[in-house]
Write a new protein. Structure first.
Length: 78
């Protein structure tokens, strides 16, 4: 099993200044039928949103500067 990471909250005033090109997304675990919308993207690690504690996987091609939770929409970093 991959390493679990807990994010660090980004408050709303800072979130508005973030570069969207450097955003990763916390997505649902693909073992849940019908939820793997990221077919073909590499799995980076498991993560937990510090705002809503949603557990999922982070997908992408590289390290991102910040992440958005697909469940609650809040922003965080590691």
């Amino acid at each position: 099993m991959s390493e679990e990471k807990l994010g660090i909250k980004i408050e709303a005033d800072e979130a508005g200044k973030l570069d969207p090109a450097k955003r990763g997304v916390l997505a649902s675990d693909p073992e849940v039928e019908g939820q793997d919308i990221h077919i073909g993207l590499p799995f980076l690690h498991y993560a937990t949103c510090p705002w809503c504690h949603y557990h999922g996987r982070v997908y992408g091609h590289s390290h991102y500067d910040w992440y958005e939770c697909r469940h609650c929409g809040h922003h965080y970093r590691y």
